[in-house]
Write a protein that binds this ligand. Sequence first.
Ligand code: PGA
Length: 266
Amino acid sequence: MTTYKNCRIPFVVANWKINKLQGQVFDYLEKVNQQVPDSSVVETGIAAQDIFLADMVRETENSPIHVVAENVHWQDAGAYTGETSPRALADLGVTYVLIGHFERRKFFNETDATVNLKVMAALRNGLKPIVDIDEDMSVYTQSMEAQPAVAQVAAALAGVSVDQIRNVTIAYEPTWAIGSGEAASAQQAQKAAQLIRQTLAQLYSPSIAEKIRILYGGSVDINNAAQIMGQADIDGVLVGRAALDPEQFLSLVAIAQQTSSSQPAD
Ligand code: PGA
């Protein structure tokens, strides 16, 4: 476990949602751009509204920070007013895209089927999907197959090839923890991540599953991040509220760096 964890580069992703204005975007990037480590140490990403992505790509040109879209459509082009094409995102220089965030599923009727279409569209266009799994896994005593989260992982990844899966990151975000101020315990998060990794092992192979990053999201802050990221199967965090503040984002990145250089907890 230790060996494999060490070969997965930790990943810290801020999810700004729709909380920033243009001036704040520039201020934030100016504060963090040169302060994050190289991507070979900790990868960093910021997910923002589409209207800011072009500015962000330009502003992060000389920074290791990856620009992340919060959503994408599944068609490359066509008559889909108001949607964003994965081809256009890739062309712009966006690297990652969040797919199937709980808020998309809850407020915008995203389903496992549309999540899967979007994952395929992202991969087809060279974008790296961060696929959200929001099913609660706190009831852990059921058989693995009975877990809705297992079905959600399988549905999101249907048709994703062995070559493509290497470009996928999974984010486990229990619905009750998002924005609530009440994060899952490090043990709960680890159990869920372990179950997701077992599912990936069944869908692909154990050795491929060991190479795929699994993030935890839901009320992560500078007080709980070290414990959460210290878990054997957790390779980073997806952070909303705490990461709205550039200083806290940098602290979370520093915590990721520290935990990756120490032994993961079992
Ligand atoms: P939160 O949001 O950190 O504010 O709970 C996480 C997310 O929605 O990805």
